[in-house]
Design a binder for this molecule. Structure first.
Ligand code: MG
Length: 230
């Protein structure tokens, strides 16, 4: 039994198409500037942010944890969170080979993007990568609701629906086994995991279609599997 040809490829954004750390570095610089305006020691707070982040970006409340570590009670964390969300990166460099890989795949089949997180922030990131034009469909899962972030399959299902492609004929490429791969598998899609970014060392989920180093490798693997154009 052979799997059906691939008629669409969906991608995750953060740590799949560009390093999320490059965004966070700029955003935390902006937060530290704001902290300086509030009277905190800007450089110490910037280091506290990095330390809080080193416990994992998934933990959330990075700014609160940095404030706690610095012993700055009474600081208005909401102002700092606003500075974080208001940060607009000028340019986020994609991982090497990503524009070419999207170009090659996108000439053959439609591509989609499914990304979690604060919607204006995710829009600004996509814009800064310069990759937006490759995608026929972009789904910001938070527009459906925060509880629909991956591994919830709703965002991925919405992208496939808009492309008119059934899950069995689609592949999702993403860096997170627990989020991207899990969402794809729950829909009966094939999942290609890339080993880039903060979670590169996490083990693969059973049932992962392929696990490769980069999006460029993922594209090389997928090109022979794509459906022929009519
Ligand atoms: Mg990701």
């Amino acid at each position: 039994m052979t799997a059906p040809a691939v008629s669409a490829v969906l991608f995750d954004l953060d740590d799949t198409l560009y390093p999320q750390s490059s965004f966070l570095a700029g955003a935390f610089d902006a937060v530290a500037e704001e902290a300086g305006r509030l009277g905190l020691d800007r450089d110490r707070f910037r280091r506290a942010l990095d330390e809080a982040l080193s416990e994992g970006s998934d933990r959330g409340n990075t700014i609160d944890r940095a404030l706690a570590a610095l012993g700055a009670p009474g600081t208005d964390a909401a102002v700092l969170v606003k500075a974080f969300h208001g940060f607009v990166p000028a340019r986020l460099e994609p991982y090497p080979g990503v524009p070419a890989a999207l170009g090659e795949l996108g000439r053959r089949v439609p591509l989609g993007l499914v990304t979690d997180g604060h919607v204006p922030g995710q829009q600004a990131k996509l814009e800064a990568t310069g990759l937006g034009s490759h995608f026929g469909v972009v789904v910001f899962s938070d527009e459906i609701g925060r509880s629909y972030r991956k591994p919830h399959p709703a965002g991925v299902a919405a992208a496939l629906d808009r492309l008119g492609v059934p899950p069995a004929e689609a592949v999702l490429v993403g860096d997170r086994p627990d989020k991207d791969v899990a969402a794809a598998l729950s829909l009966g899609m094939r999942a290609v995991r890339v080993r880039t970014g903060e979670y590169a060392a996490r083990p693969d989920l059973p049932g992962t279609f392929a696990s490769v180093e980069t999006v460029a490798e993922a594209a090389a693997l997928l090109l022979p599997l794509l459906a022929e154009a009519d």
